[in-house]
Design a protein around this ligand. Structure first.
Ligand code: PGA
Length: 220
């Protein structure tokens, strides 16, 4: 049986209180997942601390990731969160999500610097691409394919197209794991996790509700 990775991307949602409740409830719904399922939660930066503590207490099998990383090392960069700081809480970092590419000027060049910062701090990048030929920096082992028109729209991508594109990306770039993201739900998750090239899912909206996220993991 292949290993499956489930990543919750909370985006800019939740307060410390809501994050606490999420973990308490998620622990109840998920029980003890089988070892072939790897689960990760990526909260906003300010919730990394509470999520790390709640995961340790209630769901020690849940890993923590950040949603972004500074392209600079620690230093005089007001407002930035360095890889060194993220490393205190997380094992992974999402890099290159389309919302960052679209709204925050994350170009391929910026994203390469972010990957280098992640690598320098022993954080595993989860590198997001939105099309077949999106540039992928060297050494990236986990890629998430997220077609823009499927993100947050309820319009999940055609599985045959997903298989074709992710199979191609995997071969071309020698990445170990490739995830699908874009309107994944407990109802459609297995359509994607059953695809030969797919190793998991990156989930936005449906990860905000602990019951829905747990169901998704169970249905995959
Ligand atoms: P969605 O978001 O599940 O809400 O479509 C996915 C993502 O942007 O990572």
């Amino acid at each position: 049986m292949k290993k499956l990775i489930f990543i919750a991307n909370w985006k800019s949602h939740k307060t410390p209180q809501e994050a606490t409740e999420w973990f308490e409830n998620f622990a109840r719904y998920i029980g003890r997942p089988t070892e072939d399922k790897e689960i990760m939660v990526c909260p906003p930066f300010a919730l990394l601390d509470v999520c790390q503590k709640m995961a340790q207490k209630h769901t020690p099998f849940v890993q923590i990731g950040s949603q972004d990383i500074s392209r600079f090392p620690e230093g005089a960069y007001t407002g930035e969160v360095s890889g060194k700081l993220i490393k205190s809480y997380a094992t992974h970092t999402i890099i290159g999500h389309s919302e960052r590419r679209q709204n925050f000027g994350d170009t391929d060049e910026v994203l390469l610097q972010k990957v280098l910062q992640a690598q320098a701090n022993m954080l595993t990048p989860v590198y997001c691409v939105f099309k077949k030929d999106t540039l992928i920096p060297k050494g990236v082992s986990i890629v998430a394919y997220e077609p823009i028109e499927s993100i947050g729209t309820g319009n999940a991508a055609d599985p045959n197209t997903v298989e074709e594109i992710t199979g191609f990306i995997k071969k071309q770039n020698g990445v170990s794991y490739i995830l699908y993201g874009g309107s994944v739900t407990p109802e459609n998750v297995s359509t994607y996790t059953n695809l030969p090239s797919i190793d998991g899912v990156l989930v936005g909206g449906a990860s905000l509700d602990p019951q829905e996220f747990a169901q998704m993991i169970q249905h995959a």
